[in-house]
Design a protein around this ligand. Structure first.
Ligand code: GDP
Ligand code: IMO
Ligand code: MG
Length: 407
């Protein structure tokens, strides 16, 4: 079946949520395929901001089914809270609108506890993602379907003992006692029963109806476990391979859309060649409101890095690019772009003229200031990739859309 894939091309927070929401208007289903509550995808409609963590960014469209694929990790209580919090905005998310794969691995309070204890060096989000995927790979994880299918007691007991042993081995204080978390956890798992099921089967149904599927990436290419800036990465496959594996069936990814900011940000530790550690970086953070949607941490800011984007294109086979937050660059006398890397791995920059006219309200590319258009043409030419859309503000409306976004 034909499908569209939207992935972050940098270190996350590229504006994927906004673009997925925009495209979801014409989609029958949106599927997340990796990650969990570490994601924070902001969608702004008519000035109202909705931040999604575990739910796919199709939830604002009532006709669209939202799928959480088997490659994801699910924090049951946090997911229920998210569904509750969103009810006034999106209504009820019952089984016709939401399906969680029975094969997702569950994030427990012990995973979160261990993440907080151990995650500082990487600067994780503390949502238990690494420890949960670690258990999955160690074949010691807790899958939703398994806990729904039989008495979860023995599995939770084993899980408790595993973390007590880890605490001893790492000389940590003991993890939360079972009575402090297991009753609420069991209740939350049971509450997911109506929406638990077979995601690949649901995708087949969409296909049989001639519908269209959108695969929504979380995090970004440079946070991919295999292809990112290891070890400063997340613990899942955020790239094209992870997309197919994480939904559990073959689809033709005919539209492969990379989303990048017109500059670069990173939250957490790890290499960032074009980082601005000076006042200009501060200014970019202020103008772009670069604070994490999940943890509120200030994001590190820097210039657009084309060698890094070229790498993201190579990994994912992008055939379209969406550039976001172009408006944040307005007013800079010069816009810098890293175009190559020197022998020591340092970026080599090209300086392009900036623009001063605000971009708000513009709906066509030919309305943009000439210097801004030249910047876009430069990026397209250097990446040999057409721009399918340009985002000039956070709201759904504030987007310059080309026909190639839809076809
Ligand atoms: P995601 O994780 O990739 O979905 O991105 P986030 O939602 O975490 O971060 C992107 C932030 O930038 C959000 O606060 C968006 O509302 C905002 N945003 C998206 N596109 C634009 C844009 O074109 N201009 C501005 N100023 N903000 C944008
Ligand atoms: P979205 O989907 C930006 C970063 C963390 C940390 C590293 C590992 O909103 O783009 P983890 O908690 O996943 O084990 O943390 O990855 N990170 C993100 N950075 N956006 C995200 O998600 C992120 N999810 C994780 O800051 O450096
Ligand atoms: Mg985000």
């Amino acid at each position: 079946m034909p499908a569209t894939m939207i992935l972050g091309a940098q270190w996350g927070d590229e504006g994927k949520g906004k673009i997925v929401d925009l495209l979801a208007a014409r989609m029958d289903a949106v599927a997340r395929f990796q990650g969990g509550a570490n994601a924070g995808h902001s969608v702004v409609v008519d000035g109202r901001t909705v931040v999604l963590h575990q739910l796919p960014s199709g939830v604002l469209h009532p006709h669209c089914r939202n799928l959480i694929g088997p490659g994801c990790v699910t924090d049951p209580a946090a997911l229920l809270r998210e569904i509750d919090d969103l009810r006034p905005v999106v209504g009820d998310l019952g089984p016709t609108r939401l399906l969680v794969s029975a094969n997702v691995h569950l994030v427990t309070p012990l995973h979160r506890w261990f993440d907080v204890m151990q995650g500082e060096a990487i600067g994780t989000t503390g949502r238990g993602i690494g420890p949960c995927y670690t258990d999955k790979v160690a074949r010691a994880g807790l899958r939703l379907g398994d806990l729904l299918g039989s008495d979860p007691g023995p599995r939770l007991q084993e899980h408790q003992e595993r973390f007590e042993a880890l605490a001893r081995a790492f000389r940590l204080p003991p993890p939360p006692a079972p009575e402090r978390w297991q009753p609420a956890f069991r209740e939350a798992v049971a509450a997911l029963r109506p929406v638990a099921g077979d995601v690949a089967g649901a995708i087949r149904e969409v296909d049989q109806r001639g519908g269209h599927l959108l695969l929504e990436g979380a995090q970004g290419t440079m946070l991919d476990l295999d292809h990112g800036t290891y070890p400063y990465v997340t613990s899942s496959s955020t790239t094209v391979g992870g997309a197919l594996s994480g939904i559990g069936c073959w689809v033709e990814l005919d539209r492969r859309i990379g989303v990048a900011k017109a500059y670069a940000t990173r939250v957490g530790n790890g290499p960032f060649p074009t980082e601005l550690t000076d006042a200009l970086g501060e200014e970019q953070r202020r103008r772009g409101r670069e604070y994490g949607a999940t943890t509120g941490r200030p994001r590190r800011c820097g210039w657009l890095d084309l060698p890094l984007l070229r790498q993201a294109c190579l990994v994912n086979g992008f055939n379209r690019l969406v550039l976001t937050k172009l408006d944040v660059l307005t007013g800079l006398p010069t816009v810098r772009v890293a175009t190559a890397t020197d022998a020591d791995g340092r970026p080599i920059y090209t300086d392009l003229p900036g623009w001063t006219d605000p971009l708000a309200g513009l709906t066509r590319r030919d309305q943009l200031p000439a210097a801004c258009r030249a910047f876009l043409a430069f990026v397209e030419e250097r990446l040999e990739l057409p721009l399918a859309a340009v985002s000039v503000g956070p709201d759904r409306q504030e987007t310059i859309v080309e026909e190639t976004l839809w076809h």
